[in-house]
Design a protein around this ligand. Structure first.
Ligand code: NAP
Length: 284
């Protein structure tokens, strides 16, 4: 593939895809609604585009062979945006979620799931050569979940502390994305990607505390109390999705795959490694 457009390029995964794909020497074009704030190295071509204004995509897609797609925009423009992508590109790698994995953590009904399923259905019938990435919980969520409390003091109040997840380092999702974008042999593949270990939320917070040299007091709070507090910083849809998923996760280990290692030849990064690289984000 010659030239790749990264949609969602300024996000947690997209920024890693831009960086790792550029390092292969591939031509990378990064899309943002606000290129002036995108902060990419000079060699990265940055274009202005908005999934909510599909006509803005035409110029971004000009001369593009492959697209990496992250969809966090409202769903109203999914159909015309995907039509435009299919008119220009041959290949698409879509950042989805483990929608088909029969583990309770991934099987709770929520609106984001419906959006993902709609996009996947359209891609499957678009004529594009497609690959779906299905990562579980991102390790980077920890900064949003626990960063504010850890930066402010030694007490972390959180619901479902026993609920396990297998947090995946966003670098590993990007490493798989780069292979699917650049290599042949990934057409029609659906890769369920997780970190290497099942860790309870308690263990994850403890790991962060150890790495920053603090003895954190980790206190369980009720889901209702958590809902009230989380709603201050997160949309209700996201709060409900998380609380339902953690509740369903209790009582069995998180779903763990070896897909990252199989595809990249390198074991998936551990949460300990992620936390040591991001420790600064938890320091006041
Ligand atoms: N967090 C998790 O644990 C998890 C797990 C599995 C799957 N996922 C999926 O991963 C995706 C989120 O990935 P992420 O965390 O890397 O994203 P993110 O950090 O939230 O970034 C969102 C990206 O989308 C772009 N964007 C937002 N609205 C846009 C629009 N209207 N037009 C064009 N671009 C737009 C933003 O770019 P600009 O602001 O520069 O325009 C930004 O680059 C979601 O689809 C989520 O369902 C997340």
């Amino acid at each position: 593939m010659n030239r790749t457009l990264i949609i969602g390029a300024t996000g947690n995964v997209g920024r890693q895809v831009v960086s790792q794909l550029s390092a292969t020497g591939a031509q990378v074009r990064a899309l943002s609604r606000n290129p002036d704030a995108a902060r990419f190295p000079q060699h990265v071509e940055v274009v202005r585009g908005d999934l909510a204004r599909p006509e803005s995509l035409d110029r971004c897609l000009d001369g593009i062979d492959a697209v990496f797609l992250v969809w966090t925009a409202p769903p109203a423009t999914i159909v015309p945006a995907l039509e435009r992508i299919a008119d220009h590109a041959q290949r698409i790698v879509f950042l989805s979620a483990p929608l088909k994995t029969p583990h309770p953590f991934f099987q709770q009904p929520n609106p984001a799931r419906l959006v993902g399923e709609q996009i996947e259905r359209l891609i499957e019938t678009s004529g594009l050569e497609w690959t779906f990435l299905r990562p579980g919980m991102f390790a980077g969520n920890s900064v949003r979940f626990w960063g504010p409390q850890i930066r402010a003091g030694d007490v972390v109040r959180w619901p479902y502390l026993a609920a396990p997840t297998a947090p995946i380092d966003e670098c590993d999702i990007a490493a798989v994305a780069v292979r699917a974008l650049c290599e042949d042999g990934h057409a029609g593949a659906e890769y369920v990607l997780t970190g290497p270990q099942s860790l309870s939320q308690f263990e994850q917070v403890s790991t962060i505390g150890r790495l920053i040299g603090r003895s954190l007091r980790i206190e369980e709070i009720s889901p209702d109390e958590a809902r009230r507090e989380l709603l201050a910083g997160m949309p209700a849809v996201a709060v409900n999705m998380l609380l339902d998923a953690w509740a369903a996760a209790l009582g069995q280990p998180a779903f763990v795959t070896s897909t990252v290692a199989e595809l990249t030849g390198i074991p998936a990064r551990t949460f300990l490694n992620w936390a040591s690289e991001h420790a600064g984000e938890f320091r006041a």
